[in-house]
Ligand binder design. Sequence first.
Ligand code: 4FV
Length: 252
Amino acid sequence: MRIDVVTLFPDFIRESAALGVVGRAQERGLLAVHGWNPRGYATDNYRRVDQRPFGGGPGMLMLAEPLGACLAAARAADPAPARVIYLSPQGERLTQAKVRQLAAEPRLILLCGRYEGLDERFIDREVDEELSIGDYVLSGGELAAAVLVDAVGRLQEGALNHADSATQDSFEDGLLDCPHYTRSEATGTEGVPPVLLSGDHAAIARWRRQQSLGRTWLRRPDLLARARLDKADRALLAEFIAAWRAENPAGA
Ligand code: 4FV
């Protein structure tokens, strides 16, 4: 997969994508991340990349010309067609399901806004999809682009070693992850649910599924409403809720 990122801060994107699993995916040739700086395509003496908005008001917008020339160069850098994504608070909320969908694309071009963002006409003309990483305002789209590069990069086939397989991921099946415990000198096995020390893998899988269901019921009922639960899941969840209510009569 190839990801080109149009940003006034290409070093940030390059460095963040060189770390950990995503960095390893690049080393393994599973992913290539390239940064493109619109300032390199500014034509005036001051190499301006921003302009005041029509209608006045605070803030500036990114200038369409250098941005357009930069995007055209990024598009032309590889024959494969690219899906152009603009990261902005006005976009559809990014989810693991969307990440999985984008991870199957051959190429993405990510546009990082700065200032108040981009000219709407540029978005209409050039952008295939607008995505938001959350309902808050960043000073630039770079952090959002880095989030997307990481989330998509780690799903490239061969990026994750078995140990950290994506199948166990939160949201993999629309549920929150179960709690995890590991041996530490300090705590040993104190407070570790006994089933995890039992070696009974069927019981451990059952417990983990029940914890995922229960946590999602407690913390993200919105996700549970969208999750596909089978008969066994519903029985596990009912058992969890009954136990929780017995332990938390006040909260019941
Ligand atoms: C953002 C978000 C975000 C808005 C103005 C960049 C900033 C500035 N991007 N999810 N939330 N972008 O806050 O994606 O141009």
